[in-house]
Design a protein around this ligand. Sequence first.
Ligand code: G3P
Length: 222
Amino acid sequence: MNTPIVILNYKTYLESSGKKALELAYALESASEESGITMVASPQVADIYRIKEKTSLPIFAQHIDPITPGGHTGSNLIETLVEAGISGSLINHSENRMKLADIDDVVQLCKAHNIESCVCTNNIATSKAIATFNPDAVAVEPPELIGTGIPVSQAQPEVVEDSVNEVKSINKDIKVLCGAGISTGDDMRAAMDLGADGVLLASGIVKAENPKNALLDLVSKL
Ligand code: G3P
């Protein structure tokens, strides 16, 4: 995982679904090329292949189920997602929380399939607990700030800084990202100054009038 890194979670906004998912991917690709900063798209499952076909962006799934091939109707199977083009996945996002044992299973599945795992956490204690699973990255996001436009890196700097310290004390190679309310260059700069390796964000870019310009602003102070 090259850092600093920006992971854009498309969630299920209409502005980032279907044909618009591809337009957003073009904005990400072009902002990444112009800035030299690694940017990752995390679209809905149905849009992964469409983005893989048309861009060279790294793509993360939003969720992988802890299953093996067989009878699991409605589930996201890692083998299919890898064939569709993902190179990693978010795991345990606040909007799709998982049991502890299932998080561990999916981190291990990602290792077995040589893709990157980014486990979301909601506070310092869960960041520390998840670090013991040795994912590639932990992304700490206080749920109460998600979608508010109030940046975690400025509103709760201690959550970012202490998560970085706790995670790195367990394994210094695990990247620590932060998310919730991040949208501007100042927000990302503040995150990096607290020791983060990057950001995980959504609404500030997905709902921006011009997502490419918003992305360029996001990384303008690095
Ligand atoms: O996964 C990103 C996230 O939950 C933060 O959302 O809209 O506050 O950037 P947002």
